[in-house]
Design a binder for this molecule. Structure first.
Ligand SMILES: [Fe+2]
Length: 144
């Protein structure tokens, strides 16, 4: 079942929230592709995007957290390799085994749960450190 963004997941940063919503949208696209029996190529394209976008998101999120001196920025640094490891394992299985419904369903569930748990446990700590567009722009300005 697709997950949706809601206010309990708000971080106070419009940039981070927008990126989280994009991740949710990609997970919804994955669920939709599975539901409509899309082929391996389309599912692989969604997974490719997800893998790249997660890396970009973590980098921008960490820069913003550092810029506003959010104490959990080190947690973000540690979380990225853990998620990429989980993603990499699932992706290898997908590449080796194909786009079976059960595997894609598992990928959707694992990645969705990881995303929600991570936002609630870590990313929402941005609240109180950001909350206006000026601070978001500080984060945006640090993007390379
Ligand atoms: Fe995040």
């Amino acid at each position: 079942m697709p997950i949706t963004w809601n206010e309990s997941l708000a971080t106070g940063s419009t940039i981070v929230d927008r990126q989280h919503k994009s991740l949710f949208a990609q997970l919804a696209a994955l669920a939709d592709a599975m539901k409509h029996g899309k082929g391996r190529h389309e599912i692989a394209a969604i997974l490719d995007f997800l893998g790249k976008y997660v890396v970009e998101h973590f980098e921008e999120e960490e820069k913003l957290m550092n810029a506003v001196k959010c104490p959990v920025s080190a947690v973000i640094r540690q979380a990225q390799p853990r998620l990429l490891f989980v993603y990499g394992e699932l992706r290898t299985r997908f590449d080796n085994a194909g786009s079976g419904v059960s595997l894609v369903l598992e990928m959707h569930e694992v990645l969705s749960k990881w995303l929600v748990d991570h936002i609630l446990a870590v990313d929402v700590k941005l609240r109180g450190h950001v909350g206006n567009s000026k601070q978001d722009l500080v984060g945006a300005a640090t993007r390379s």
